[in-house]
Structure formats: C-alpha cells, structure tokens
Write a protein of this length. Structure first.
Lengths: 217, 217
DNA sequence: TAGATTGTTAATCGATTAACAATC
DNA sequence: TAGATTGTTAATCGATTAACAATC
C-alpha cells in the first residue's frame, strides 16, 4: 500500500490525538465520538474525522470510535509499534536530561549511548547509559542497530557531526542545535529549536492584553 | 498603534528570520535582498516580503534590506529589546538543563530561580541560580519581577502548578509537561511537547524511502 | 426500524505564490 | 536615467469547516 500524500498539518496533529486517546484509554473510556473528542481537544469534529480518514475508516457509523483500537492504530501509524534505538550526541545538560528521561523508553525509544567530545566523561554513565568517545561512534551505530541520533551539541559542531552520522548510516536525526541541518533526501530531521519557541512566547507576551487572543498551543 | 492581526504562521517564522539575520550580521553582511535571503533560507522571496510587510516597510526599493536594521527590528517585534526574568518549576534533569543553558541569557532571558517540591534540593544552586521551596513562590515572583515561568515537572503536577502561577500573576508559561494547560485569556502558553516531536520523527522515519520527501524542518 | 454518527463531497476560508506598479 | 528590488494587489493553492448521504 502506497499511502496517499498525507499533509504535514495532519501529521503534526497525530501525536496529540495519540496523547488524548491514551488518557481516555487509561481512564477506562471505551468509545468516543468525533463530537465528544472535539470538545475535549478543542478542535472541530469535522477535522478529527477528516484527519483520521487519511489513514482509513477507524470508526463505525452510529457508534463512534473504539478508543483502544484507535489508540493502537495511531500508535502503529506513528511507528510506535516497534522499538527504536537511540544515541545522544553531547553529554551536557540537555543531552543528560534527554538520556535520563524515562517517558521515552515507555514509548519504545531506547537510549543506548551518549557520545561526547570530552574524553573526561568517557567511561561514566547516565542512568545505566554509557558515555563513549566520538571515535567509538561508527562501530556502535552498526553493532547496536541505532535508528535515531539526537544532536545536543552547540551549532558550531552540529553540522560536522550530522555529516558524520549520515556517513554512518543514520536515517533520523532529532536536532536540538540552533541550525537547520542539510541532509540527503533519505534522512529525516526533526528539529526542536528551543530558543525560537521562547521567542514566540516573548512575542505573544508583549502582545497580550491588546485584544489579540494569543492562540495558545 | 494597534497592530493588524498577524497570522500565526508568520509569527512562527519570525524567530527563524531573526536567527539567519543574526548570522549574516555576524558574518559582516550589510545588505540582503529578499531573493538572496530566500535562497539561503529555502523559502520564497515573496513570502519573505509578505511576512516583513506585516510589520512595516523595512526595505528599500532597488536596494534590499539592511541586515543590521532588519535584525534589530525583528528583535524588537519579538520583544527581545528588553530583559525577561524567568523562574523554572522543577529541578530535575530538564529544569536543570534549562537553568544552565547560557544562550537564553544572551537573548535577555534571565533565569532567577528554580523551584522544586523536594525539600532536599532547597538551598542548593544550579550555576548561581538558587533552588527554592515551592512555598517561596508567590513572594519571589513579586519581588523579582518575574515575567515567565517554565514548567518542567510531570503532567500530574503541572495543571495545579499552572493554576498557582496564574494566581501569582504570571502572564507567560513555557510548558514542557505533556499536557495542554488551560489558562485565562490574558495568560500566554507556549508548549514544547518533546515526545510529540519524537513521534513525528518516528512517523517520518517509517515513511521515508517510499517516495515521499519528508519535508524536513 | 429510528437514531446516531461516520466517511466523504462540497463550500469556505486562509495562506502562499506570482505579478507588477511604485520607487529608490 | 536605467536597473534593481521592494511593497502590494491579484491568482493560486491548500487546509479547514460545513453539509449530508451512507450505514451501523
């Protein structure tokens, strides 16, 4: 099955559906209509039905959607039905925070190793995760079946490291450095630009109270 | 001046313009045309001109844009022409990482204090930033002219803490917990949902190589 | 069956791109 | 002045919402 082109806007919303459905499931809710879900999530019922129908008919007329089933389906669509092995480049504050964050492991994202340019860190551990020297990178990626590399180093080094990662066969980069990485077509990059997020907050803060609802997200 | 309604899409792009203009400025570039900038940033020149014109005519026909001037103007629009005082709720891995991250201070975002429910942390410091007990929150916000509160605690506590923050007069929340906070109209929330970002990466990773360029960002 | 709610088509709205007159 | 490039209007494209026939 070659999926029809799914719009970026829809994909952006999928994880949020997944989160709400997970909460409903945990709360013991068995079925939900697009109307009910729309009220909880503050979106239109029409959008929910349109979004879900990109991937197939998960609902049933006159009934609604089975929460557990829909949750599982969206999880599958998001690739959460299998485990991903990750490495983190950068053993600083942010790298350590990401390495130690348990929620990722719950969803099948397994942190396998942290790599740092500083030799002084090598040999240490962050919550059972070994810190290794950059020289060990290529072999480690191959041996541990690494899917995703997290870049948590300053932008000055990020571009060169991304090139190295691509050469090592990495197909997905979760980028926390303040630079837009240029990679081949078959490599995926998802960037988290924290300072840009903070600037948007600053913008909205300075505008609020002038009759412009800031459209929180 | 009551600014005309600026679309959310435009605001989202502003920090990225700011980043590129900062780099051009640091590289000593004096002027740039929308055409040149469009090639560097991989967007259309038309979009750049449309976006900038939401805020006024920053360019000059036949010449282009003065880099330094445009950088300053966008900085002003984003509210970066003044300092913001921040507190962080949560002294865990992520809270500590954000507290210790120097780049925010460079842009005028000053971390004033970290608050944690665990009394054992109180009295300690993260890079000169004191860790304080939650009981000290209301007075600290008032005395230190706090603008922005960062929520870096699990979602189970986040909702209650957000309510407390609002009661203390906080007008901007940078939310890292996995929950959508409901706040009054005059309070701004910017959420960084890390696990949703990672799920999008996972989605794109599982789709790549099927002829669908993953539209990196 | 009657009522409810989906899946899906059509209408609307908004955002992006193209085009070009204004002007430096 | 001639050339370049903006500011801005008009055209296109895509995404959201509304409507309703299909169907459980």
């Amino acid at each position: 099955m070659t999926d029809k082109e799914i719009s970026r806007a829809v994909i952006k919303r999928l994880p949020r559906y997944f989160r709400y459905l997970g909460e409903l499931k945990d709360a013991g809710v068995e079925k939900i209509s697009s109307q009910e879900l729309s009220q909880i999530m503050h979106v239109t019922a029409s959008q929910i039905r349109q979004d879900l129908n990109n991937f197939g008919g998960f609902g049933q007329q006159g009934y609604g959607y089975n929460v557990k089933h829909l949750y599982d389906e969206i999880g599958r669509i998001l690739g959460l039905d299998r485990e991903h092995n990750l490495i983190i480049i950068g053993g600083g504050n942010l790298g350590s925070a990401l390495a130690g964050y348990g929620n990722f492991a719950n969803r099948g994202f397994i942190m396998k190793g942290v790599f740092d340019v500083s030799p002084s860190l090598a040999g240490q551990y962050i919550r059972n995760i070994p810190i290794l020297p950059m020289s060990a990178l290529p072999e480690f990626i191959e041996k541990n079946n690494i899917d995703i590399a997290v870049i948590a180093i300053p932008k000055t080094q990020a571009v060169a490291v991304a090139d190295t990662l691509v050469k090592c066969g990495i197909k997905a980069i979760w980028n926390f450095s303040h630079v837009d990485l240029e990679v081949p077509d078959d490599v995926v990059v998802e960037s988290v630009h924290l300072s840009e997020s903070l600037m948007r907050l600053s913008y909205n803060l300075s505008r609020v109270g002038f009759g412009e609802e800031p459209d929180n997200d």
